[in-house]
Every structure is written in C-alpha cells, then in structure tokens.
Design a protein around this ligand. Structure first.
Ligand SMILES: Cc1ncc(COP(=O)(O)O)c(C=O)c1O
Length: 359
C-alpha cells in the first residue's frame, strides 16, 4: 500500500544502491575490522591544509552559503583556463547529472548510455520517465557506433562516463569527436569525468579537445574521488554559458554548502598534495594488477581508482566470501567484482581475501 498518490515513475524506481558500509558487513557476518572498498572513495583524508580550511569554516554554518558559489566558479575558471560563464557547480557531480536530467528530459524522451555504467543514470532516467537506451559494452569498452545508431529524434541526452564505472575503461576524445560529428547538435553529450585524475591524459580532455567546437558537450567533474571530498558533495561542470544558465535554474538552492565551497577552494589551492596521493594510488593500482596477473586472474585494464575483475556467475559467492573476511567490494551479479584501490594495507588485505576466495 502507498500513502498518497506517488508518481508512477517513483513507484517503479529501484532505489540507488550505494556500496555496503563496513559496519553493515560486520553486523551481517559478526566480525570486526571490516574495510569498505565498494564506493571508489579515496582512502585518505583530504590534505591537512584542506581539513584545516574546512574546520575553520564550521562555525560559519549558521549562515547559508553563497548560492552561486562565485568564488569557487572563479577559482575553477582560472584553474582550468575557461571563461567563468562556462563553469557551474553541483551537489556532487551526481547533483549536476540530476540537474541535466531536470533541464533536458521530458517524459518519453530518450536517454542513451553505454551499459554497464554508473548506476545513477538509470535511476534518473526512470525518475524523469525517460526511455533509457542501454548500449552494451563490447569487450568492456564503449561501442560509440552503436551509441550513434541509437540516436533518434527523441534523444535528449547521451551520457558517457570516462573512465567508465564499473569497468575502469576510458574512451578517447578523438573517438567521441567521431560520435559528435555523426549526431544532431541538439543532443546533449555529457562526459562524466568523475575519475579523470586517475586516467592517462593521452585519452584527451573534453574541455580542450571538444568544447571549442561542440556547444552540446557538457563535462562533469568532482572533488569526491581524487581530492577526497566525497562527503562534502562538491562537483563542478563545464559547459556553454547558455547551458550553465539553464542548469543553474534547477539546482537546489544552497545545495553546494559552505563547507563544500571552502573545501573546493582549498583543494584547488593545494592540488599538488592531492596529486601526490593520486600518484601513490596509481602505483598501488599497478601493484595490484601485477599481483592479479601473477595469480592468473584476469582484470580489465583500468584508468580509474578501482579494478574490475570479470568474475561472471561466480561474482556473488566471491563477494560474500570476501565479506566474511572483512573486505567489502562492489559485486555486479553475473558480470564481475569492482574493487576500489585503497591504502597499501587495504590492498594487501583485499588481494589475500580475493585469492583465498578462489581456492
Ligand atoms: C561515473 C561516476 N560519476 C559520478 C559519480 C558521482 O560522484 P559525486 O556525486 O560524488 O561527485 C560517481 C561516483 O561513484 C561515478 O562513479
């Protein structure tokens, strides 16, 4: 029974499933000391200067934040070298993605994305009563010809996560250029770069490589992953000023809160320190891939802060076996296991748990 007349789209909506918390797994298996490697978080606190800036700002939370986040927009504009009118902010990059759906998607419109990909795209598609077209990955990578072929008059959005979640596979901006040339320019193409900082720069930069020629390209980025600010919900977007203007209308007022704004400013100022942590994570990624290779385990080459192991039908039993050993990963039943790269100690632990689940 439902109370009140819930929208049909919401009734049919499966809730977004975040990664299981370590405490949940501890309760489920009656264990202690579990670690969570299920949400692609940064294992380390933000750098000390960022923590200090956020702490200093806490006493100011009796005030609403600057709704426009003007200082943050200016800092981002200088940081990445684009006009400030092309910069927007969101309550996480998920908030921006939601704004994109709010802005462009009417009931019955089509939204296209490769699949499997970030699980929030189907959630928003359902919420906005859109017809979602999931274009299957080929060898874990995007099939952009199939994406282009799926475009119809009703297509409003195409969403490409690069590197893709959960597979860690990137798409090159040159390949996206081919897609853009073959579709109508009133289809918005979102390049979701949540994991950009972990990726090889030779795959390109949509802001530099695409946006000067294609007004319909929107880039979403975040401070959640590389900069370790997941809990603050601090995303940003780069787009044509007309798109920014529309997106800004639908953002929940003050949802990029005071602490998020201070955190973003400090994170930009202390970028180098965060990038040193990213370098450590990338070394760890290499170490783990080599260890998996040495054990005869196939993993998908990753450009993100996680590794995808295509465990197919064995995925759920392996995930449960690892949970019993206190290691929480993200299983995609029938497809594979996504494991976030953590600290060196956490990585040693998940590797041991994974290998023991294989015997
Ligand atoms: C592909 C992708 N995009 C966006 C996000 C959302 O990040 P946030 O809302 O924290 O910026 C995630 C988070 O896991 C993701 O995997």
């Amino acid at each position: 029974m439902t109370i009140g007349r819930v929208r049909t789209a919401v009734l049919s909506l499966a809730s977004y499933r975040p990664g299981k918390a370590a405490s949940q797994v501890e309760d489920e298996h009656d264990i202690v000391g579990a670690i969570k490697l299920a949400s692609n978080e940064n294992p380390w606190s933000p750098v000390p200067e960022v923590v200090a800036a956020i702490s200093d700002a806490v006493s100011g939370v009796n005030r609403y934040a600057d709704n426009n986040a003007s200082d943050v927009r200016s800092a981002i504009s200088e940081w990445i070298g684009v006009d400030v009118a092309r910069v927007t902010v969101g309550c996480g990059s998920s908030g921006l993605l939601q704004q994109l759906f709010m802005t462009y998607v009417d009931p019955g419109d089509e939204v296209i994305f490769p699949w499997p990909s970030f699980e929030i795209y189907p959630v928003f598609s359902t919420l906005f009563a859109a017809h979602q077209i999931r274009v299957p990955l080929v060898d874990y990578a995007f099939d952009l010809d199939a994406v282009a072929a799926a475009v119809s008059e009703k297509t409003k959005l195409i969403v490409l996560a690069t590197p893709n979640n959960p597979t860690g596979t990137p798409v090159s901006m040159r390949a996206v250029e081919g897609l853009l040339d073959s579709i109508p320019d009133d289809v918005i193409v979102v390049i979701d770069e949540a994991y950009r900082e972990f990726s090889d720069p030779t795959f390109g930069d949509p802001v530099v490589d695409l946006q000067p020629r294609y007004d319909n390209v929107v880039v979403t980025r975040t401070f959640s992953k590389a900069f370790g600010l997941a809990g603050l919900r601090s995303g940003y977007g780069i787009a044509h000023p007309e798109i920014v203007e529309q997106l800004d209308k639908v953002r929940l007022a003050f949802s990029v809160n005071n602490l998020a704004q201070v955190g973003m400013l400090a994170a930009i100022e202390h970028e180098a320190a965060a990038m040193a942590n990213v370098a450590t994570l990338l070394n760890e990624r290499t170490r783990m891939v080599e260890a998996l290779d040495a054990s005869g385990t196939v993993s998908v080459p990753s450009q993100a802060n996680f590794i995808f192991i295509p465990t197919g039908d064995r995925t759920e039993p392996i995930a449960i076996a690892m949970e019993k050993l206190g290691v929480v990963t993200r299983p995609f039943p029938g497809f594979g296991l996504r494991i976030t790269i953590g600290s060196p100690e956490e990585n040693d632990r998940w590797l041991a748990a994974f290998l023991s689940s294989q015997t």
